[in-house]
Design a protein around this ligand. Sequence first.
Ligand code: GLN
Length: 262
Amino acid sequence: MKVKLVHLYPDEMNLYGDYGNILSIVKRCTWRGIDAEVVKIKKGGKLNLADADILFMGGGQDRSQQLITDDLVSKGSQIREAVEEGLCALTICGAYQLFGHYFRTKEGAELPGISVFDAYTVGSDDRMIGNVLVDCTGTFKKPGEAQPVSAGKGYLELVGFENHSGKTYLGENVNPLGKVVYGFGNDGTKTWEGCRYKNAFGTYLHGSLLPKNPWFADYIITLALKHRYRSDIQIDALDDSVEHSAFNSAKKRAMTAKTTHL
Ligand code: GLN
């Protein structure tokens, strides 16, 4: 079997090693004998999502976002159409913000988004930084959908690291990714983190996210395989003992951190 990943703006949008998410998906496919092809699309590059299964875009400082926003907008309708048809997308922080309607920086510059997510972001004087723990139980419970295997406790948690001034507000036509257990989350009120629309995900969790959250990496791989082969595909479990110990140490940091607005 095969999956094709398209990596948008690998140079400009890659904060806190977000590229590690690509490495995690490629490795977890390769370990299962699944061929994983990665196509990097730089600013000005031609985007072709016709046979893509996963679209990935990492985070970036306000300045990096300003550098690529016009190019992203030029690709927006193609990305929206592909998401409507089930393309799996993972967008981290600055990318998440630009997949909404707009990101207004704290200096007042309004960066247009591509409205994959019914959400908008406003920059603030607060810098929300720290380790995060999110409970996704319920976000993934769809009738008949296999419940991804969590990191051991029987419910679904995500750990990661956030660093953003932007506060994201979700509209009606999008769901949160999960509930904040520790950390600031979308808008700094420590309630909801990230978002999900169909098979597209936005999150503030750097880290990088997937290596420490293997259940979510496998969930994305499964969505990608279902998208390519249009059938219900289950993938074998891997030995995730190293990943789970990384998860548990990140979870401990989130639980002991003092989350204060800086
Ligand atoms: N520049 C955006 C903000 O500060 C996103 C930062 C990021 O991608 N970590 O909110």
